[in-house]
Design a protein around this ligand. Sequence first.
Ligand SMILES: Nc1ncnc2c1ncn2[C@@H]1O[C@H](COP(=O)(O)OP(=O)(O)OP(=O)(O)O)[C@@H](O)[C@H]1O
Length: 367
Amino acid sequence: MAMPKIWAFITDFFTYETTKSVVVKSRSVGIINRVVQLLIIIYFLCWVFYHEKAYQVRDSGIESSVMTKVKGFGYHNNRVMDVADYVAPTQGAAVFCIITKLIITENQFQGFCPESESKYKCDTDEECDKYLGSSTGNGIITGACVNSSKGRRCEMEGWCLAEDDKVHMQPMMEVENFTIFIKNSIRFPMFNVTRGNFPSSLNATYIRSCTYDPEHNLHCPIFKVGEVLRYTGQNFSTIGGEIAINIEWQCNLDESEERCEPHYSFMRLDAVFQKNGITKGYNFRFAKYYKNENGTEFRTLHKAYAIRFDILVTGLAGKFNTVPTLINVVAAFTSVGLGTVLCDIILLNFLKGADQYKAKKFEEVLF
Ligand SMILES: Nc1ncnc2c1ncn2[C@@H]1O[C@H](COP(=O)(O)OP(=O)(O)OP(=O)(O)O)[C@@H](O)[C@H]1O
C-alpha cells in the first residue's frame, strides 16, 4: 500500500508550476480587486510616504550640550539666599538642584556626644548595645548611655553636637519665582546640522525679561520654576523630587533649517515615590569646614531639601535619500499585488462558480 503513495509523492515533487493569467469577467470580484489596490496605494501614499516620511534617512544620534543658570533671591534661615547658596552643583550643568530648605547645624567638632533622635532614648548602657555598628545615626555608637539636654541618650563618636533634622521649617517660598536659563546647542552628525535653542537674534534685554510660555513665548529660554512645576501638575508646597525638562528636536531637513526648533515638555520623574511613606522628595547633606585659631577643625553641616532638575535632550532628523525611497517604492508596488491574493481566496472559496474557476486556474499538463 505504501509504494503507490511514495510513487505519487515523487511524481508530485518532480512537477513544475508556472503562472497562467485567467481573466475573470466578474464585476464584484473586479471591484473588490480595485478597492483593495486603491486602499494599499492610499496607505502607502498617506501613511508610509507622507506621515512616516519613508523617503528619508533618519539620524537619531543627536549630539547635545546643555548649560544652565538660575537666578533669583529668597529668604531662608534669616538671611538672603542667592544662586551660590541654593544651587548645587554650581557649575551650571544639565542636572542641578535648587535647594528649597536647609537645616543647618553649626560648629560641629570631632568628639563624643549624645545622639539627638528620640529613638536613642535609654536608661542603661545595655539598651544602647543594639545600636552598635549601626550606620543610620549621626556617628559611631559607643554603647554608653549619657545625659543630654533632652534626657538620657545613647552616646556617639563623630561630629558633635549631633544634627537634629526634625525641626520644622517652611521651605523658601521665593523659589517659585526663580528663573532657569537653559542654553542648549545640538548637532545631527549625519547631516552636519547644528542648532541652538534660541535664535541668535534674541537681544540681552529681551532674554533678561522674558519667560517661556508654550502659547505666547515659545522661543524664550528662561523658565520660571513655579511654571515648570505647574506644567508637571505639581504644587510647590508639596514638591521635592526630580523634574525633567525635555528638549525635543524633531527636524525635517528637507525644509529650511530655521524650522528645526526645540519643543519643551515637562514631567516629574520620581512620581512613583510621591505617595511613599518612607521617602519623600530629595535631600542630601554637605558640610563647610573651618579651623579655629589653635588649628582645631570644625564644620557647619547642611541638610538640604531640594528640587532636582534634569535637562534631557532627544532628537530625530530626517532628509530625503534615494535608497529608502527606492526600497519603499518597490515595497508599495509589490504590496499592490496583495489584492490578487484576497480576490483568489474569494473566488476559490466563496463564489458560485468556484469549481469552474479552480479548473481554469489550475490546469495540469502532462508531457
Ligand atoms: N536664570 C536667568 N534668568 C534671567 N536671565 C538670565 C538667567 N540666566 C542668565 N540670564 C541672562 O541671560 C544672558 C546670558 O547669560 P550669561 O550667563 O551667558 O551672561 P552673563 O553676563 O555672564 O550673565 P550674568 O547676568 O549672570 O552676569 C545675560 O543677560 C543674563 O543676565
